[in-house]
Design a protein. Structure first.
Length: 749
């Protein structure tokens, strides 16, 4: 092995090199110019380990035979290896030109530069500048596993290369299922971007996509360029085709354009901008279309922003707008957006300190009305300012203060200002095995109204005290569940509330409604949400909970039963309704849930009326997930609390039907209507380096209309996704769904 210094202009280095080659020449002469055979291996300098990309690293060469001139070139033969920093070249024969710092290799050439590996039959490489070429190469990129072959690769620098008549794929097979083929490909490893010219994407030997110019990632980093097209079919718009373009404007902000052609409606253009800094982040999306169906211009806009202005001081906004009531249902592919009826426009500022916070915001709404099921728009808050203060354990007492000012506005409806302050004091007594928390609250509220009827009062004042006592105990014992040792708890709890009656029948109702009756609500002091109604109360809630807990703290099973008992019927009502006689007790609440075994989880809740002797609400759910990417969900929902009785069976799942095929589906069936309220059906195929998905989804967009969408997607691993993306629909429709292209997720034990 011979080590060549970085610079031959250094005199001491040149002297050492001359001494070495003098010996070489002398031996060769003594043997009648027979070639000198050297058996050696490459070694790293003993003094220190050089960085892999060190330009000042020496050149190490080794071969079975070396000949040449000591000051110009060395010819190497058999088992040749040349190493400098991060570059290694191996070949059958090679010539190292010392002055140019250049290697020319032939015969079974193998070369590694940083993480990338190349093979070919001939190569030349300048070890200093990184310029050179490889003939008839194959290549493998270490960052993402991309590979291919070509007629020639020209290396322009250490991180730039041009591939002529080449291919590219992330499939490991010699004959890949998919690959890119282009007349030229420019590879820039510094920016992790590949750009192909006159390129075609082949899948299973058939061309599926072509473009005069197309860029693709060499890693997972962002890059500017044309994104793969998306296409699909909907019942409202027909066939759709979009070719997005992505602008990587800076490390902390970007822009994506979404031009889309919708067969029945025309050309739609959308744009999404994202930005992020040390103290702020946000996203803005806007799209518009000259709709051929309606003959009008239609659009939507959304903007979300969050920013820290100073320590403890934050600014945020959430702004949304649509051109008309039907825009979300006509152009959205998700059930959340399609059925959205209220578009929020909210700007807020918050200051938080150790013991208090101040929150102010202006909130308005755009109501997207369904003519067959109209609703009333909520009041705008212009503005709302809220103060929250908390101090705990001052002599054992906890103090909480909430003060709020809100100006409500809704056109010509009754509006005005509402101010309230609520002060509460509690004394928690927490001991091993039990707790007792007495609490006293005092609420003072005043109104100043406008747009009232002639002669009606314009101001109101209300002061209401509330007394409560919360107490509970916890008992434990050793138990077993399905053969496993457990700790079983028994947790009784009592919650008493006393609030005197205040006549509020003339008060406006800006934001109050009857709270949903469940386990969280029965331990609250007010049966209304909002602050325009404070219910009178003289009641006690009793509940009993039992849990099965493993030694590692995992809760396997939870059972609960609860009921509220009234010493007097509440008399406070919402405007326009009469007082309700509740009797001496509320409906009975029961719950059963938990991850009973590794494969089976249950979630059951029942609201049972002992007076009517029937279930008012119920939810029975079970999930069976025996292995990753295998899940079945069954749920039954019943709700008799509204005018239209709800009875639904919801079945969803993901299941492999063969070694590579997975079936996905969901059916939400309405028993009273005898119809499918929401449905999804599809198949996924997972190959070694690609995934194919075809999914159809039906979602309701209003009380009388529904939309059907078809998703077709081909995901080429490490390259891109071609088609319309159904993953959001699958994740929202199938609880427990897992992407078949990701490693198996570990299930709970």
């Amino acid at each position: 092995m011979i080590r060549f210094p970085k610079s031959l202009t250094d005199r001491s280095a040149h002297w050492r090199l001359s001494r070495i080659f003098t010996s070489v020449v002398m031996v060769a002469s003594a043997t009648s110019l027979l070639p000198l055979t050297v058996h050696a291996q490459m070694v790293m300098p003993e003094t220190s380990k050089l960085p892999v990309d060190d330009k000042d690293a020496p050149v190490n060469v080794s071969a079975e035979q070396m000949t040449g001139r000591p000051d110009r070139e060395v010819k190497l033969d058999r088992d040749v290896e040349v190493v400098k920093g991060s570059t290694t070249i191996r070949a059958d024969q090679a010539e190292y030109r010392i002055i140019q710092d250049e290697v020319e290799a032939t015969g079974h050439v193998w070369m590694q530069r940083l993480q990338d590996v190349y093979t070919g039959d001939k190569a030349r490489m300048n070890m200093d500048s990184g310029e050179g070429y490889v003939n008839n190469p194959t290549y493998l990129f270490g960052k993402n596993g991309g590979r291919g072959k070509a007629e020639r690769i020209d290396f322009l620098s250490d991180d730039q290369a041009t591939v002529k008549d080449g291919t590219y794929s992330t499939c490991e097979a010699p004959d890949p299922d998919w690959y890119l083929q282009a007349s030229t490909m420019d590879l820039d490893s510094g920016r992790d971007v590949g750009t192909m010219h006159s390129g075609i994407v082949y899948f299973k030997g058939l061309p599926i996509l072509g473009a005069p110019i197309m860029s693709f990632p060499l890693s997972g980093d962002r890059k500017s360029g044309v994104l793969p097209p998306t296409f699909g079919v909907t019942s409202t718009g027909g066939a759709e085709l979009s070719v997005p373009y992505y602008f990587n404007l800076a490390p902390n902000y970007d822009l994506t354009l979404y031009p889309k052609y919708i067969a029945r409606r025309g050309f739609q253009l959308g744009a999404e901008g994202r930005y992020m800094g040390d103290t702020y982040s946000g996203t803005t999306f806007v799209e518009g279309i000259q709709d051929q169906v309606t003959g009008t211009g239609r659009y939507s806009l959304s903007s979300i922003h969050n920013q820290t202005l100073a320590p403890g001081l934050t600014l945020a906004w959430n702004l949304n707008k649509a051109s008309d009531n039907d825009y979300p249902s006509d152009f959205s592919h998700s059930i959340t957006a399609s059925t959205q009826r209220l578009l929020t426009r909210d700007v807020s500022m918050t200051y938080s300190s150790t013991y208090w916070s101040l929150y102010g915001h202006v909130s308005k709404y755009q109501l997207l009305q369904d003519v067959n099921n109209p609703i009333t728009a909520p009041y705008d808050r212009v503005p709302q300012i809220t103060f929250n203060g908390t101090r705990q354990d001052i002599g054992g007492f906890d103090f909480t203060t909430v003060a709020d000012f809100t100006r409500f506005s809704s056109g010509d409806l009754i509006g005005g200002d509402r101010m309230y302050a609520t002060q509460s004091v509690s004394y928690p007594i927490i001991r091993p095995g039990y707790f007792i928390t007495p609490k006293v609250s005092l609420d003072a509220t005043s109104y100043r109204l406008n747009h009232v009827s002639l002669g009606a009062p314009t101001s109101f004042t209300r002061v209401v005290p509330t007394y409560s006592l919360d107490a509970g105990m916890t008992f434990e014992r050793d138990a077993s569940l399905f053969g496993r040792n457990m700790t079983q708890t028994l947790e009784p709890r009592l919650f008493y509330v006393k609030t005197p009656y205040r006549d509020q029948s003339q008060y406006p109702n800006f934001d109050s409604g009857l709270a949903d009756f469940n386990f969280a609500q029965i331990f609250s002091e007010n049966r209304f949400v909002g602050h325009d109604r404070i219910s009178d109360a003289n009641q006690i809630t009793a509940a009993l909970t039992s849990r099965f807990i493993e030694e590692n703290g995992l809760e396997r099973l939870r059972m609960a039963i609860g009921q509220r008992f009234y010493f007097a019927d509440p008399m406070v009502t919402i405007s326009g309704t009469s007082a309700t006689t509740l009797g001496s007790k509320s409906d009975l609440l029961l719950a059963l849930g938990g991850q009973i075994t590794k494969e089976v989880g249950v979630d059951n809740a029942v609201q049972y009326s002992q007076t009517l002797k029937q279930m008012v609400r119920s939810n029975f759910g079970v999930r069976w997930q025996p292995a990753p990417k295998k899940v079945l969900n069954l749920q039954y929902r019943l709700d008799r609390s509204t005018t239209d009785e709800l009875k639904q069976i919801d079945l969803s799942g993901q299941w492999p039907v063969s070694q590579r095929w997975y079936a996905v589906g969901r059916v939400n069936y309405s028993l009273p209507d005898k119809t499918v309220a929401e449905g999804l059906l599809g198949m996924e195929y997972k190959a070694d380096c690609w995934v194919f998905r075809v999914v159809a989804q039906r979602i309701p967009t209003s009380s009388s209309k529904a939309s059907t969408s078809f998703f077709i997607q081909l995901e080429l691993n490490g390259f891109s996704k071609i088609g319309s993306n159904p993953l959001d629909a699958l994740k929202s429709s199938i609880p427990g769904y897992q992407n078949v292209n990701l490693p198996d997720s570990t299930l709970s034990n």
